[in-house]
Ligand binder design. Structure first.
Ligand SMILES: *Cc1c(COP(=O)(O)O)cnc(C)c1O
Length: 416
């Protein structure tokens, strides 16, 4: 047995991954979380629930998502062969919908009629509003006033889907304030309300539950790699905001020591600039959003604002399981700057005709860094967590010079 064989059994009964996770909430919420945990544990092994989940994943989300061998890109880099797990092809364009579907189905089984969520950039808000519309449930999304201003298209999308976007003006009027407000609402409404959390974060049982709903990514990947190459991948790479697309890919392979893993955080303008979201690489241990993990905080323990060009990585915490996987050395956590992510976005677009989300571009950029030094029989799976259309405005502002017509060759024909 490998020293990692126990990892698939985490968290323990109280929601701990090593020293991380747990449940740091008021008594009222603790009762609600007990209820949720009981129902979830029962449904997890209920074939009817699983069948309903699988059906909607297949017919509404569009799973399984393809595993695509990026041959042209691999060849250009030289070295390892790279496959892309195409979560960008899911309905709503990212992996988040796997989780919101699972949680809203759970809410229905618990008899809840009202859904709440918090959102920073609006991606989790849109994914939640989508599934609330699918099942005809009332949905309220808490969002900081500053984010509402910065993310107008996603606010419009949520309202179009029939959700209420509630403005949060307290504190810095961003994601962490929206999280506090959602928790406050939940304390008062817990009888009829379900709180949908968007990543492998929050109090127990959310990190375990969200991992379970996202695990389909790694399960499909294992099957697809066995079909295509006859063996497991050598290396997995995924970006890490809260860490749900990464956990979704990694979970299936944690006990396989031959499968290496890299989690890629956002270094923003550089770790030394102080403007980044590299929670594990540059944060300290503390409590946020009801659980213990690495997070960005100042000397007085106040939560600091995270920065990244990709809105979805802009989260001052990280799921507790990632903190544990870091400490025990199972996953290597690295970071990629805004500039490197932008560059990777253009490379993949030009070489493969795929516009990746800026979040996913962090994983792409890391693959560009490591693949050339690896032997050609080596295989890498990069989780392409989302599509990039949503980031066009950001890219136009960040790199206007790259939106020119291709250069012509001297004879007037297009350059090769
Ligand atoms: C939200 C988001 C992320 C980051 O969230 P995780 O929980 O870390 O997966 C990554 N990629 C995309 C496309 C997203 O929308």
């Amino acid at each position: 047995m490998s020293k990692f064989s126990d990892l698939t059994r985490l968290p323990d009964a109280r929601g701990h991954f090593g020293p991380y996770g747990g449940r740091f909430v008021s008594e009222t919420l603790s009762f609600a979380l007990d209820d949720l945990e009981k129902t979830y544990m029962r449904l997890r092994d209920d074939p009817d629930f699983q069948a309903e989940f699988d059906y909607d994943l297949a017919h509404y989300v569009g799973r399984p998502s393809p595993l695509y061998h990026a041959e042209r890109w691999s060849k250009k880099l030289g070295g390892a062969r790279i496959w892309l797990k195409r979560e960008d092809l899911n309905h709503t364009g990212a992996h988040k919908v796997n989780n919101t579907l699972g949680q809203v189905m759970l809410a229905r089984r618990l008899g809840k009629t009202r859904i709440i969520a918090e959102t920073g950039a609006g991606m989790h808000g849109v994914a939640t509003a989508t599934i609330a519309a699918l099942f005809g449930l009332e949905c309220i999304v808490f969002m900081g006033a500053k984010d509402i201003e910065r993310q107008a298209p996603n606010v419009a999308r949520m309202r179009m889907l029939g959700s209420e976007v509630r403005t949060v003006t307290s504190g810095s009027a961003t994601l962490k304030d929206a999280m506090n407000e959602a928790l406050r609402d939940w304390v008062a409404t817990v009888d009829d309300t379900f709180y949908v959390i968007g990543s492998v974060a929050g109090p127990h049982p959310y990190p375990a539950m969200v991992k379970e709903f996202q695990k389909v990514i790694g399960q499909e990947t294992e099957r697809q790699m066995m079909e295509k190459t006859g063996r497991l991948p050598d290396l997995l790479i995924a970006c890490v905001g809260g860490g749900s697309n990464a956990m979704g890919l990694f979970a299936q392979f944690l006990h396989q020591p031959g499968v290496k893993m890299r989690g890629v955080e956002a270094a923003g303008e550089g770790l030394e600039s102080g403007r980044h979201s590299a929670t594990i690489s540059a944060g300290q241990v503390g409590v946020l959003h009801g659980s213990k993990s690495y997070l960005l905080q100042d000397a007085a323990g106040q939560i600091e604002e995270a920065h990244s060009i990709s809105a979805g990585l802009d989260y001052p915490g990280v799921g507790p399981e990632h903190s544990h996987l870091h400490d025990i050395g199972r996953v290597e956590y690295v970071s990629i700057t805004d500039a490197e992510a932008v560059d990777a976005t253009f490379q993949l677009s030009r070489l493969e005709g795929i516009l990746p989300a800026l979040e996913s571009a962090h994983a792409i950029a890391d693959a560009m860094r490591v693949a050339p030094a690896l032997p050609p029989e080596h295989t890498i799976v990069v989780n392409l967590s989302g599509r990039g259309d949503k980031d066009l405005d950001t890219l136009l502002k960040a790199a206007p010079e790259r939106f020119q017509n291709p250069a012509k060759t001297g004879d007037g024909k297009e350059g090769a």
